[in-house]
Structure formats: C-alpha cells, structure tokens
Design a protein around this ligand. Structure first.
Ligand code: NCD
Length: 305
C-alpha cells in the first residue's frame, strides 16, 4: 500500500506517469469516469481549505467514486480529544483512501502509520504540500512545455509556505533548474532545504529581497501569501504582509513568456490588475489541480481505464 506524504515518496518516473495520466484524463474524461465506482474518499481536514478539499472531492466524483469527511477539527471527534491515529484507524473502516490536512507538521505521516488505506498529505502545517506540487508541475509543463532548463523565482513567505518547500524538492530533480529565492530576510527558506536538497544536488540558487532585481531573469514566478496563521505575533505579520505586491508595472521588465503561478488563496501579493495578463496562470492552475488529483487517486487505488 502506497501513501503520499512527501513529494519525494514518488520517483521522477512516477511523477511523469501521473502528469501523463492527468493529460489523458483531460483528453478523455469519459474513459476515466467510472474507474473509482464503488470506492470512497475520506477528506479529513483539520485546517481551512477551499481548493484542495473541493478539488479532491470533485476529482473523486469525476472518477465515479463517492466522498465523506469533515472540513474542520471542531466537526470531528478531535474536539473530544481523539488522536489522529485513532481517527484514521476508524476512518479506514469506512473509506478506501484518505486525504488529510492538519496544522501540525508530521500529522499525516503519523496517520499513515496506523491507516489501513492509502493516506495523502493535503498540507501539514508549514511543512509540505505534495499534491499542490503535482498541480504546479502539471501547470509548468502545460504552460512552458517543459520541466527542465528553467529559472524559477519563488517569492514571498518561503519560511512557512509549505507549497514552496515541496515544489523546491520536486524541481530540484530536473535538469538545468536554477532558483531565485525572493523573500524578506525573516522569511527565507528553512536551512534544511539548502543543506539537504539544494547543496548536495549542486543546484544553482541565490537569495534576494528584491523582486524587481530578480524579475528579468525569471521563466517562472511562483508568488505566495504570507502565512498569517503560522506567525507567533500579529505585529510581525502586519510588518511583512505587503512585502511583495505584483502589479502590471513590475511586470514590464519580465520575459514575455514568463509563467506566473500562485497556489491561492491570494491576499494582496498579486494585484487583480495582473489577472488578465496572459502570463497569469493561477486560475488555470486550479483546474490542473483537479486532473492531477484524479490521476493520483487512481494510481494509489491501482485503478486505470
Ligand atoms: C496553500 C496551502 O494550503 O498551503 N493553499 C492551497 O492548498 N492551494 C497555500 C496557502 O494557503 O497560502
């Protein structure tokens, strides 16, 4: 039985296969529309979500399966003090696969150890978010036509932004990737990502606080929200929240074929005036997320048309 807790649980070949399957689903939705008939997905969300939970649910419905679950810890027995391990043991009796989001880093891993069915990490605290990364990879491949030879700018809250951590681990495996890490000093990526991922693989990267300075070099600009819920004090959040605001003026020095991604939700870091720019991919990215989750559920349940 396979789980997806960390994006590195998948080999590069498995990721290629998932992206191929997602494209096949986009091309032939009817062929996939019953592969999960009779199966149930449980969404156990202990933290707020719009896209991730609804895209998992839409994905399962479009595969012909059904969905059950909860969308806040207060709606579950967690409110009575039940542990995550006990909850998944119970839910394994009702469902064939589980997608879990939790504010505590490592909770989905602990859950997977006790689960009788595959567990997918749908975001654990400020740690990882592997299904957003699959979404991001499919988006980059669709928009740029490749996952190699790209200068990738990651901008905003690189410290607490779990989507950034997983994306960096995934992209570090492709040829010719360079990172520009754009953040205020206080919100730089955790040191372990430099020492355990970037340095051993010899990936070129530089850190800067200036989006303007980085802009002309970028093929991909991945914007992120400052993660208010992970700050220890509100004053720091208020000071840092508007560090970057992408506007049409700031895009004047950008490449004409730049791809702008954002995992969403956006707060103030991308002006709505950017939305009509053809380089803005973030709403197309949402749709890709559903298709790649369909591919992932099918892979973990070992079903195929
Ligand atoms: C992200 C998350 O939950 O980490 N959202 C998402 O899943 N699309 C990004 C965020 O909340 O800022």
């Amino acid at each position: 039985m396979r789980h997806l807790i960390d994006i590195r649980d998948l080999t590069a070949e498995e990721i290629d296969r998932l992206l191929d399957d997602a494209r096949d689903i986009m091309a032939r939705p009817e062929a996939w529309s019953r592969v999960c008939q009779g199966k149930k997905l449980a969404t156990l969300f202990y933290e707020p979500s719009t896209r991730t939970r609804l895209s998992f649910e839409a994905a399962m419905y479009e595969l012909g399966g059904n969905v059950l679950g909860f969308s806040a810890a207060g709606e579950s027995s967690a409110a009575k003090g039940e542990t995550v391990s006990d909850t998944v043991r119970v839910v394994s009796c009702y469902a064939d696969i589980i997608a879990m989001r939790h504010p505590r880093e490592g909770a989905p891993l602990a859950a997977a150890r006790k689960s009788g069915v595959p567990v997918i990490n749908a975001g654990d605290g400020g740690h990882n978010h592997p299904t957003q990364t699959l979404t991001d990879l499919l988006t980059i491949q669709q928009e740029k036509g490749r996952l190699t030879n790209l200068t990738v700018g990651l901008c905003g809250d690189l410290k607490f932004g779990r989507t950034v951590h997983s994306l960096l681990c995934a992209m570090a495996r492709y040829e010719g990737i360079r990172f520009v890490l754009i953040s205020p000093e206080e919100l730089r990526i955790p040191q372990y990502l430099c020492t355990d991922v970037l340095d051993p693989a010899g990936i070129p990267y530089r850190q800067t606080a200036s989006l303007e300075e980085a802009m002309p070099d970028l093929d991909i600009l991945y914007m992120t929200r400052v993660q208010r819920e992970r700050f220890f004090n509100e004053a720091d959040y208020v000071r840092l929240k508007d560090s970057y605001v992408l506007t049409p003026e700031k895009l004047r020095t950008a490449k004409t074929d730049l791809a702008i991604l954002h995992p969403l939700p956006r707060v103030s870091e991308i002006s709505p005036a950017v939305d009509d720019d053809p380089r803005a991919c973030y709403f197309r990215q949402v749709l890709y997320g559903k298709f790649v989750r369909m591919a992932l559920i099918s892979m973990l349940l070992e079903v195929h048309p």
